[in-house]
Design a protein around this ligand. Structure first.
Ligand code: NAD
Ligand code: MG
Length: 392
């Protein structure tokens, strides 16, 4: 029986994770659930899965959940605050951590799980973007088992040999190709993009996801973050990472080998597949996902990404090439700009402008420890916020 902590339980990935876990009560036990403040949904999840511990980061929401659980005599202990996320991620009772908090807020708990040698199911790509080398070192030193949840990275993981160990040369890996749906604005030019609204940006054609990653998919920053994520996860150079737009989102990513072979993972665009894969690896379990019907798919299309209309992808490649703190700065500026766009404070095309200006203004010095990462994040957020305020 695997004992699991789901961090970000009320989000899109968290809910999908509990959907898969709920199909296998003989294999998995939910030890802890954590969320920011959506206690109505969290309470339902607690009633269904009866975890020992729940974390609600917001203290007011935590207190009200505590009262509700007391009233119905549910013994789940409710903790609050950011430190409680870190504590839960390294509890000895927890074997597996699903790191599904969105954004930089997920870094400390994901890092704690990595350092504690957990089986770590990583959805929170921002943690790797911000602290890639530190994160991978922590995994290596602790012996943690890191399993990617991002569908592209999960596909690559499945398409690489089992003993790959971040060594593309030894295994004849020539390059990897990340597929991108192109998002809701595929085919739009810059002029059309200036007028798009937050509501349009969050209605993704293929995947149902949280608001932040939906906007990232619309700007192609999601693919940019995934390029950086792939670099660290698979120890592969930026020049060996390609991006292709594939609107059907059926081929989740591909590995090209030296002999010309291409190995890919295909499936319906449903996150329960990578979640079930990572939960059960190296075994396989039922996920609830529909079978892939190739005749119903009919055709697959591919096109190059439009870096003029969607400069975020280029900015991410640039930040990876600069290294050091640049990916943290990119991520922080993006989080600020996306939040401002969702609040209607800036336009869609100002997202890349703010990120580029922040990258240009902040020192990209090296990273020695987590403190350096958090400092870069803080400074970049303040700078990006000032740019938002100027343009509002
Ligand atoms: P979401 O917005 O639906 O959910 C976010 C979760 O994080 C919620 O449970 C929320 O309570 C929690 N949270 C937010 N801020 C927090 C904070 N400050 N402290 C503690 N908890 C906090 O997001 P999502 O779409 O589920 O995405 C989660 C992560 O998974 C992101 O990093 C995203 O990039 C990644 N991811 C998501 C998908 C997808 O299909 N949704 C696919 C690939 C990768
Ligand atoms: Mg993805």
């Amino acid at each position: 029986m695997q004992s699991i902590a789901v961090l970000g339980a009320t989000g899109s990935i968290g809910q999908n994770t509990l959907d898969v876990i709920g199909r296998h009560p003989d294999r998995y036990r939910v030890f802890a659930l954590a969320a920011h403040s959506r206690i109505d949904l969290l309470e339902q999840q607690i009633l269904q899965f009866r975890p020992d511990v729940a974390v609600v980061v917001d203290p007011v929401a935590a207190e009200s959940l505590r009262r509700r659980l007391e009233e119905c005599a549910i013994p789940t202990e409710v903790l609050s605050g950011c430190d409680a996320l870190v504590d839960v991620a390294r509890l000895p009772e927890v074997d597996t951590v699903m790191a599904a908090i969105v954004g930089a807020a997920g870094l400390p708990s994901a890092m704690a799980a990595a350092k504690a040698g957990k089986r770590l199911l990583l959805a929170n790509k921002e943690a790797l973007v911000m602290a890639g080398d530190l994160f991978m070192n922590a995994v290596r030193e602790s012996g943690a088992v890191l399993l990617p949840i991002d569908s592209e990275h999960n596909a690559i993981f499945q398409s690489l040999p089992a003993d790959y160990r971040r060594n593309p040369e030894r295994h004849g890996v020539a390059h990897i190709t990340l597929t991108a749906s192109g998002g809701p604005f595929r085919g739009f030019d810059r002029k059309r993009l200036t007028a798009v609204t937050p509501a349009q940006a969050v209605s993704h054609p293929k995947w149902s996801m949280g608001p932040k990653i939906s906007v990232d998919s619309a700007t192609l920053m999601n693919k940019g973050l995934e390029v950086i994520e792939a670099h660290y996860l698979f120890g592969i150079g930026p020049d060996q990472i390609k991006v292709v737009v594939h609107p059907q989102s059926t081929i989740h990513s591909l590995v090209q080998y030296a002999d010309g072979s291409v190995i890919a993972e295909l499936g319906a665009p449903d996150m329960r597949t990578p979640i079930a894969h990572a939960l059960a690896w190296p075994e396989r379990i039922v996920s609830g996902v529909d079978w892939l019907d190739l005749v119903a798919c009919g055709r697959f299309d591919f096109m190059a990404p439009d870096l003029d209309a969607f400069p975020c992808l280029r900015l991410a490649f640039d930040a990876l090439a600069q290294g050091g703190r640049a990916p943290s700065v990119l991520n922080a500026a993006n989080e600020v700009a996306v939040a401002a766009f969702l609040e209607d404070r800036i336009g869609f095309m100002q997202i890349p402008e703010i990120i580029e200006a922040t990258l240009g203004a902040i020192d990209h010095g090296p990273i020695h420890n987590l403190g350096d990462v958090l400092e870069a994040d803080k400074v970049a957020r303040a700078h990006a916020e000032s740019l938002v305020a100027l343009s509002a």
